[in-house]
Design a protein around this ligand. Structure first.
Ligand SMILES: [Zn+2]
Length: 581
């Protein structure tokens, strides 16, 4: 048994989590108030059986090590040290090993970053990509931007020549293993533009790779390793921490290119998350440098949603929040390319979070209908009530009255009659529940059932059209299922694990926990029925999408022959649709 396993065997997840929050038994699991968001439900589920703890409202959690990392805001080796001590597992032997592992990965990454950077410098064609996007030679060097060649072993050969062992390279996430049957390894990053990711102490902890031209996934990141914990890393902070202190403000943007462009434009207090949505530990990290944050996310629907969730997290972290509206195009990178001055202006003109909520509410609801007005009031009034002075409150109510074409006296009444405690927790409950519904798709629920009870996959194989739904987030899981099923005529979770990247392994436990959460008392029959329902709905949605696609193609077809062909295919799909309805 290695040390990690020994610690895991000695410390039960409920014991570790129970040291921080109160847990109550709920069926086969335990529940408590989530320590990572302002929870009122309780939403934090602890599964003694699976050895994990997870919150489906804010999507945070993991095994005992991940939990300690998150709650103590420490990196992996430190979390191991803390737990080793608690479990009475001899520490001196272990610490250097964990520590060395981290250092070794950082060294491998440093060599890889050098390799990728040289590849870029050697290729005018690929360097042109960054130059065309407005980056200077100096910026390319500073951020050590690189190119991963279109080869399955270029990096591997290079690193093995330096003396690194294949097994260590797998652990660092630089190499992938093909499958159980085929132990051969290949470069994780191929034919991609490379953004090395540094921690705030300037260590290269991982990589982000952007696809060249089109394809999925657009960005591929290193998996979590002893060196790289996505929920603790802020991209650009190694270069920007002094600027953050000096400006007394940290500006969050969405992408790597946004950060780089912003730094080149002279705004070095700009940072981004890498491979995750904003997390509480990241905010804790930034609070060491400044109590003031601004969010400059994309102006599309997803960006709005991200802004709203980030505001809530930042409020819980007791940070002062402003919102930057990016002019000229939808993200900072585009804006800076057109006009760096406008970007700098936009940061100066950042507005308080309240202004953001006004425009958010007006976008979410139709202010001309009674229901819409109610929705807006339910969202805005609790926020107004949080403000200290009547003067501030009056200012916002005036604005609300104007927008809703109503009398401010009525609004004052509404505000006074608003039972803040009850309504706020209700509103909170709604926001707690909404992400669950939005974040987990039907395809993910279906996977939950499969991982919970692998026999159910037979139903998928028989009834799901093509057995792989069009859902980029879950596609790889379905492909892996199909592969394993084709080989063994059954789903074996151990085999499935081998078909997936280490990054995706925790989903094998999180998805079924989702099922335990939502269908606590379902017996076998009820589960089967639910699975069949899910498959039916997924089929319907997929067919509907295909149908729409054909309708578009038919309208666009110029040639009569082509049109007839498309119409024939379209009729087949219609037939299939009526069949499943
Ligand atoms: Zn939570």
């Amino acid at each position: 048994m290695n040390h990690l396993e020994e610690i895991r065997a000695k410390l039960a997840i409920e014991e570790v989590v129970g040291g921080y929050i109160q847990l109550k038994k709920a069926g086969r699991n335990l529940k408590g108030l989530c320590p990572f968001h302002n929870d009122s439900r309780p939403s934090f589920t602890v599964s003694p059986e699976k050895g994990i703890a997870y919150c489906f409202a804010c999507n945070t959690g993991g095994d005992i090590f991940k939990f300690i990392q998150l709650i103590e805001n420490v990196e992996f080796p430190e979390a191991v040290r803390i737990l080793a001590q608690r479990a009475n597992v001899p520490l001196p032997e272990f610490k250097p090993e964990a520590h060395n592992k981290r250092l070794q990965i950082i060294e491998m990454n440093r060599s890889s970053a050098k390799f990728f950077s040289e590849q870029l410098q050697d290729s005018d064609k690929h360097k042109k990509y960054f130059l065309d996007r407005g980056l200077s030679e100096e910026t390319i060097q500073k951020f050590k931007l690189g190119y991963a060649p279109d080869s399955y072993h270029a990096l591997k050969d290079n690193l093995e020549k330096i003396g690194y062992k294949e097994n260590d390279l797998i652990n660092s996430g630089l190499l992938n293993q093909r499958s159980i049957a085929d132990k051969n390894t290949y470069d994780r990053f191929r034919n991609r533009y490379i953004f090395p990711i540094y921690d705030h102490q300037d260590n290269p902890v991982g990589f982000g790779g952007r696809i060249i031209d089109e394809g999925e996934p657009k960005y591929l990141n290193s998996p979590d390793t002893p060196a790289y914990n996505k929920s603790l890393i802020l991209y650009g902070l190694n270069f920007g921490k002094n600027a953050v202190k000096k400006e007394d403000l940290a500006v969050f943007v969405e992408g790597y290119m946004d950060v780089i462009a912003a730094h080149q434009a002279g705004t070095e207090n700009v940072i981004a998350t890498s491979g995750t949505a904003l997390t509480a530990p990241q905010l804790k990290l930034i609070k060491r440098y400044t109590p003031n944050v601004a969010f400059a996310f994309d102006q599309d629907a997803a960006g709005l949603e991200a802004t709203k969730r980030s505001i809530e997290l930042a409020q819980e972290a007791e940070l002062n929040i402003k919102i930057v509206t990016v002019p000229e195009g939808k993200d900072p990178d585009e804006c800076i390319k057109k006009s760096p001055e406008k970007w700098i202006e936009a940061i100066k003109n950042a507005v308080p979070a309240m202004d953001f909520y006004f425009s958010y509410a007006l976008k979410q609801y139709d202010k001309n209908t009674l229901d819409g007005k109610k929705g807006i009031l339910n969202l805005i009034l609790p926020l107004i009530k949080q403000h200290q002075t009547e003067m501030e409150q009056n200012q916002y109510l005036e604005r609300l009255a104007l927008e809703l074409k109503t009398d401010i006296k009525l609004l004052w009444n509404d505000l006074k009659n608003f039972n803040i405690k009850k309504t706020y927790s209700q509103a909170k409950q709604e926001t707690d529940q909404v992400p669950v519904r939005q974040i987990f798709s039907r395809e993910e629920f279906l996977l939950g059932f499969i991982f919970h009870k692998p026999d159910l996959y037979n139903l998928v194989q028989e009834n799901l059209i093509d057995s792989i739904p069009f859902d980029t987030r879950t596609e790889k899981f379905y492909k892996a299922c199909r592969k394993v099923y084709n080989r063994l005529s059954t789903i074996d979770l151990g085999e499935l694990k081998k078909e997936l990247e280490p990054d995706d392994h925790e989903k094998l436990q999180i998805y079924p926990l989702l099922i335990e959460e939502h269908y606590p008392d379902f017996g076998d029959d009820a589960m089967e029925r639910e699975v069949i329902n899910l498959i039916r709905t997924i089929n319907k949605t997929n067919l509907h999408n295909v149908q729409k696609e054909y309708e578009f193609k038919i309208r666009a077809a110029k040639d009569a022959g082509e049109k007839t062909l498309l119409l024939n295919q379209y009729n087949q799909i219609l037939k299939l649709t009526t069949k499943i309805n």
